[in-house]
Write a protein that binds this ligand. Sequence first.
Ligand code: ADP
Length: 529
Amino acid sequence: MNSPLDPPREIAELRNALEAVRKSEEQFRTMLDDIPTLVWRTTADGSAEFFNERWFEYTGLAPDVAYGSGWMAAFHPDDLESLSKKWTEIVASRKASEVEARFRRHDGQYRWHLMRSVPQFDESGRLVSWCGTNTDIEDRKEAEERLSQAFDRIKKSEEELRTIIDTIPALAWSSPEDGIGDFFSKRWLSYTGLSHEQASGTGWVSAIHPDDLEGLAASWTRIRASGREGSLEARLRRYDGAYRWFLFQAAPLRNPEGKDVVWYGTNTDIEDLKQAESELRRREADLRKAQAELAHVTRTTTMGELVASIAHEVNQPVGAMTLNANSCVRWLSQLKDESPELQEARKALQRIVQDGIRTGKIITRIRALVEKAESVREPLDINSIFHEVIALSKNEMEQRQVLLRLDLAVDLPPVLGDRVQLQQVMINLILNGIEAMTAVDGAARELVIGTQLDRGNVLASVRDTGVGFDADKAEQLFTAFHTSKRGGLGMGLSISRSIIDDHGGKLWATLNDGVGATFHFSLPVPSDR
Ligand code: ADP
């Protein structure tokens, strides 16, 4: 039974229920105050009506200041404008959203906070309030800031690096392991005139000289296979189409795992170096040629000296021989015996005397030539000198089956000259003609010797049906030591020309219409004739 003083049971139950609600509300509030974040609630139009304890602790604001719109004073002045704008938008949107701003701590320090807000509606769907949290994101912001600064620094140093790459006086590039280009410095692109798109991949190959492509491909493959620094040379086309020699140098860079390799390279212009090199090689070749010529001249000069001393040595015995033969002729002529044998012996001795005198003269002239003595000038009939020379070379012509034709002008005026020297010229031309024809197998060999008078000059020619010579090399035949014959000296025509020059005339060669060549010389007829 209940005592009449006892409250009715319903009241007691109500009190208990209220007590339970108060307890759970207290627990809830304690929980709100304890969670490590700032919690708040506003009315539907954004006026603050609740903050948890941590909020007050953090801001240091008194409740009567904070409620309503007083809380706004805790935000950084610089963020206030954008924040109140954003908050108005959020309230109008009636949607959950978040915003970042600097929020002042009780000690005056501003720290970045992330504010999340969620709208609350009643059963009829009416917006009744906003709940929200402020989370301290200062440390995250700081980390973000540091990251972005680091990023800026990397970007800056990348830009500096790129400036360096574009400024160094070489063309720079890089390529992944497969050897396909993926980076080209500004200089590379402006040298070749290719765009980055044109050069990328295998496009850069179009700037390599076609003749160097194969070698470059082989070397580039070899360098990549070696995995080590290497170089090669090739010609690279400039924007204007000119090719210049470049030194390509490449070095590999492995990633930290030692797997993927990127090749970095430079191309350095070595055109001037190359040209200097080839100029040097050309000069070396010239030098070697000059050395060889010098050696030849030295040998020939020595031979000239040898000839001079032989001529000197031979002259005396030949003189003595001629003298003795002459004495014999005289002694024999005093004999009365007229037997045919004796007559033949006398004739033979007379021929010995004549040949001896001729030999003596030749030796004297040879010595004059090599010792550069003054040559003799006497009136000479060119036709009769040709006859003398032909007599001397008759044997040679017969042996080599050469047909001789003479086309000599009659009544040729005499010229002033040195008989032996002119004989030497004629012999040289005739023997050269015979040799040129002997070099042709099976063809008819015909030597035509002609003379004529032409405007105050005696013109002589020796025409053969031999091998001839290269049309553009006619003048070379007359240079000293030029010879096409094994064992030839190449001095004959050069000496002949200097003899004819010495006589005030000219010596030259022409190619025949058909086969063979003709050598001509002209000698002036003295003006008193
Ligand atoms: P060598 O007879 O010792 O070679 P030469 O000075 O007499 O010297 O001749 C020089 C070169 O000129 C010869 O080696 C030959 O190649 C060329 N030559 C001379 N005469 C003739 C000719 N009649 N026909 C073709 N080539 C000739």
